[in-house]
Design a protein around this ligand. Structure first.
Ligand code: CTP
Length: 319
């Protein structure tokens, strides 16, 4: 891992918020990429020293009861009580228990996926992880349809489903969940107090309707443990993005990990504009001012791991 540390440290971000890029740091060699099993095993072993993704992927029913007080992760002085509804949706065993997959894909939400024709390739993986309930049907040719695990930050309920305020939006939300049949729906419910009501609204709908998803709520220590792992490896992230969280966790369940839709830059390598998300109108101002993330630094870290064969970043077309 010393080599990883060295390369990551050399690429350290001087102005982590700036959505700029240079060809030196983003140029990825794809022709001669080879999976480095030794390094991948070493990374898994090192991550396991910080936490066990199989356990920390979700709080389990046996460990809490309705009414228990939870301190939010980002605002420790704010608390919530475990509601009856949330308690009902806690799994009794890890939704990833004993799961091991040879080839996994993690799909980030960058506009770099548009016109990539990567859909069929993505659908051919053994396990596909997506972020923040990003839509798939309308973009299937570029992003695929298959989903085995999908995350849902509480902010998604507001941003993509208008706070479930009307029958129409509630139906759209349910429609999206129904299309997930059998997948894990991973809800980071205890990050900040601001998301409390949104989580409750979503949970109520799930319980009221027949939706075949396995809900999971990350443990309270997961985020700090993931950050701790990367900080120890000299990656000075403020708060890991959903994409980096997913990669860090997937090392436990997957042998070869392929990433698509990770490109936190407003232009591609030829200078053509790239949307922040493939499916909405959010812009890069969102990442540079309001966001607590350090995406370009994360990207350089992932690129470094790509160059060493620990993971594969796909940023071009799949034609
Ligand atoms: N991502 C990326 N480049 C972009 C957009 C997203 O690399 N232009 C990756 C990031 O790792 C991100 C993931 O794709 O975590 C999913 O995107 P998004 O839903 O925007 O995730 P977050 O920014 O983590 O979510 P939030 O805005 O709710 O914090």
């Amino acid at each position: 891992i010393a080599e990883v540390e060295k390369e990551i440290a050399e690429g350290e971000d001087k102005s982590p918020d700036s959505p700029s890029y240079s060809n030196n740091t983003t140029k990825l060699s794809t022709d001669n990429w080879m999976f480095n099993r030794t390094l991948s095993n070493l990374i898994r072993k090192n991550i396991l020293r910080f936490f066990d993704p199989e356990r920390d992927i979700s709080i389990l029913k046996g460990t809490l009861k309705p009414g228990d007080v939870i301190h939010y992760i980002f605002d420790r002085q704010s608390t919530t009580n475990i509601s009856e509804n949330l308690y009902q949706l806690l799994p009794t065993a890890s939704p990833m228990k004993n799961q091991h997959h040879r080839h996994c894909a993690i799909i980030g939400n960058s506009g770099i996926l548009l016109n990539s024709s990567c859909g069929p390739e993505i659908d051919s993986y053994d396990f596909v992880i997506r972020c923040n309930l990003a839509p798939v049907e309308e973009y299937a040719g570029d992003v695929g349809r298959r989903t085995n695990l999908v995350t849902m930050n509480p902010s998604v309920v507001q941003r993509a489903f208008q706070d479930l305020a009307s029958e129409e939006w509630r139906e759209r939300f349910l429609q999206r969940l129904r299309s997930l049949s059998g997948s894990v729906l991973w809800i980071p419910a205890f990050m900040a107090k601001g998301g409390e009501e949104r989580v409750e609204w979503a949970i109520r709908l799930i319980l009221l309707h027949t939706v075949d998803v396995h809900t999971a709520f990350p443990s309270l220590r997961l985020l700090h443990a993931v950050r701790g792992y990367w900080l120890t490896n000299n990656v000075q992230i403020k708060r890991p993005t959903t994409g980096l969280l997913m990669y860090t966790m997937a090392t436990r369940f997957c042998e070869e990990i392929h990433l698509y839709g990770f490109w936190p830059f407003p232009q591609d390598s030829q200078g053509k504009p790239v949307k922040y998300h493939y499916y909405d109108t959010l812009t890069y101002e969102y990442t540079s001012h309001a966001s607590p993330h350090t995406m370009p630094l994360e990207f350089r870290t992932l690129s470094s791991l790509h160059r060493q064969g620990a993971l594969r970043l796909h940023t071009g077309s799949c034609d």
